[in-house]
Design a protein around this ligand. Structure first.
Ligand code: 13P
Length: 341
């Protein structure tokens, strides 16, 4: 493994004022998002949409890297340049999702295990050749009646650590994503408890598998009330409890923390990140974003599958990227929402 290579990449991913664009929806998820808006999902429509995102003018001012899906990394921008090459030429690090999805965990009703370790070394070698610099693997932890179990947390943490070690061996910087789902009616305190146990277990496994903390990015969910909680916590409490759980579990030499948006509204995801960066706590790692929905949703809604809407959609994407960039520096203000694209 080239330690320096992964350290350099991980640092660049969380450079000041920059975050990561997650655009690695599997074909199934992308199709669901398209169909919800009446957009037909074909190889070509998915290519056009990803083309729109990556060629948005000014994107690299706010975005350090973008996470692709297996289909996308093999596709080209309109002039025939492969996506990863186009990105590298335009100051955006190419990343790739390498897990093969969350499946039911045998013996644990209602819980998931993320698969994809078999053959991963070979797949990583191929992605590296195609120009990938970093990777992503998402584990899913569900809060519910009597869950999550330690069996589920442990199995997912172990897989995340095995994945991260293989990526670093290949010279790719891993994004380690243990997502505690927002679904359910749980309180923010319950979310804290689960996030605390999950992060503790994940970092123990990462340590056991000899993962280099300086060469990885943590992509956590925020500590937040369940979507259906009757009394949802406010922005300040989310910020305080999220930073607290990270300080409690994340080694100081981890290169950076880049949150997922996890079903929060666009504005909420930006406000929460901003509030964390306004707490006046000098965290040992940059706190930034790696959003999919909270960056893309306005663009997707404007595009509607019609190429004549591309400029408006690109403006909307760059606008959300700009606001989240400000939030990563604690410099966002709700009033900026009004200057919408
Ligand atoms: P969301 O920001 O839509 O939660 O997606 C982030 C992500 O990459 C999920 O794996």
């Amino acid at each position: 493994m080239s330690a320096q290579e992964v350290i350099t990449t991980a640092k660049a991913m969380v450079a000041q004022g920059k975050g990561i664009l997650a655009m690695d929806e599997s074909t199934g998820t992308c199709t669901k998002r398209f169909e919800a808006l009446g957009i037909k999902s074909t190889d070509e429509s998915r290519r056009q949409y990803r083309d729109l995102l990556l060629t948005a003018p000014g994107l690299s001012d706010f975005i350090s890297g973008a996470i692709l899906y297996d289909e996308t990394i093999r596709q080209d921008v309109l002039d025939g340049t492969p996506f990863p090459r186009f990105m590298a030429d335009n100051g955006i690090l190419p990343g790739i999702k390498v897990d093969t999805g969350a499946k039911d965990l045998a013996g644990f009703p209602g819980e998931k295990i993320t698969e994809g370790l078999d053959g991963l070394r070979e797949r990583l070698a191929e992605y590296k050749k195609m120009g990938a610099k970093f990777t992503k693997w998402r584990a899913v932890i569900t809060i519910g009646d009597g869950i999550p179990s330690m069996g589920c947390i442990q199995a997912n943490a172990h897989a995340l650590a095995r994945y991260a070690a293989l990526c670093q061996e290949a010279g790719l910087a891993p994004i380690v994503e243990p997502e505690v789902l927002i679904d359910g009616d749980h309180t923010i305190e319950r979310c804290y408890e689960v996030a605390n146990e999950t992060l503790h277990t994940v970092f123990n496994e990462l340590y056991r598998q000899r993962v280099l903390f300086e060469g990885m990015i943590l992509k956590p969910s925020m500590v937040i009330s369940g979507k259906k909680c009757s009394k949802r916590a406010g922005v300040q409490q989310v910020a305080e409890m999220t930073v607290d759980v990270l300080l409690n579990n994340v080694p100081a030499n981890v290169a950076g923390v880049a949150f997922l948006s996890g079903g929060q509204s666009n504005e909420e995801a930006t406000a929460h990140l901003n509030a964390m960066n306004q707490l006046g706590i000098d965290t040992p790692w940059p706190l930034t974003f790696s959003y999919a929905r909270a960056l893309q949703q306005p663009a997707l809604e404007l595009w509607k599958g019609d190429q004549k809407n591309v400029p408006a959609a690109q403006k909307a994407l760059a606008f959300r990227a700009k606001l989240n960039s400000a939030a990563s520096k604690g410099a966002y203000d709700e009033k900026q929402e009004k200057q919408a694209a």
